[in-house]
Design a protein around this ligand. Structure first.
Ligand SMILES: C[S@@+](CC[C@H](N)C(=O)[O-])C[C@H]1O[C@@H](n2cnc3c(N)ncnc32)[C@H](O)[C@@H]1O
Length: 236
């Protein structure tokens, strides 16, 4: 049982730092109309995609590599009667044509993947002048190699770059403008990963899922000063 399987079985919505509160704040700053095509990669249970459609009526493509997540996202869209569809896609090998989207959203997704491949694919499917908004985990300078190993092992991060390393990855993938905002700590009430507000439990939950949830909470506390997150806004 991996951390990501736990998220899928519990059907956690808004499983990224800052949750939907932060997502809303970031989106408000963008020019989004009903014509804007947005790709939500690693959409999880579709909370952000559903919000985007309800708020802006834009063209949403939601995708995730995890079949349970995709099924739960589609269940959400159906319940809300939204004309959205989630599909299975691997960010490292997307099936979309070149230059298909105006905006790509990555909410705590890329760090679980091979960054060179996934960011290159994002660049490929983004229109010229298109924007990536990403909220991703960064390691703080005090984090030791041993801490990093333990955290990566639990969450299955392929890497935990620091802010500068992330910026290098974006630039290497071909993004011309990369703006990052480093958040060391989430100050506002309700702005953390809030595992309590949006669940869609699977019919059968093995008991070790709850052990994993305990471990996650323990690790989150232990590493709260060593793991931060960054908001990246990159232009293709
Ligand atoms: C921490 S969750 C965040 C989910 C969602 N963005 C949210 O904020 O609720 C990470 C998501 O990335 C998806 N993911 C991981 N690797 C992926 C890949 N290679 N391609 C597409 N999605 C992936 C996982 O299945 C999971 O749904």
């Amino acid at each position: 049982m991996k951390y990501m399987d736990m998220l899928a079985l519990l059907g956690v919505g808004g499983a990224h730092p800052g949750g939907l509160h932060l997502t809303k704040r970031l989106l408000e700053k963008e020019e989004i109309t009903s014509e804007t095509s947005i790709l939500d990669i690693g959409c999880g249970t579709g909370q952000t995609s559903a919000y985007l459609y309800c708020r802006y009526g834009c063209e949403i493509t939601a995708c995730d590599i995890n079949a349970t997540m995709v099924q739960k996202a589609n269940k959400r869209f159906k319940q809300l009667k939204l004309p959205c569809k989630a599909i299975i896609e691997d960010i490292e090998d997307l099936s979309f044509d070149d230059e298909s989207f105006d905006i790509i959203l990555l909410e705590s997704v890329a760090a679980f993947t091979n960054l060179s491949s996934s960011l290159r694919e994002c660049k490929r499917v983004l229109k010229k002048g298109g924007i990536i908004l990403a909220i991703e985990t960064v390691k703080e300078p005090q984090m030791t190699e041993e801490d990093e190993r333990l955290v990566s092992e639990f969450y299955h991060f392929q890497s935990i770059p620091n802010e500068m390393e992330w910026v290098e990855y974006w630039k290497k993938a071909g993004f011309s403008t990369v703006v990052s905002r480093h958040e060391h700590k989430i100050e506002e009430e309700g702005e953390n990963i809030d595992f309590g507000t949006d669940f869609d439990l699977s019919d059968e939950i093995p008991s070790n899922v709850y052990d994993l949830l305990d471990d996650h909470e323990r690790l989150t506390k232990k590493y709260q000063n060593l793991l931060g997150f960054c908001i990246f806004r990159c232009i293709s």
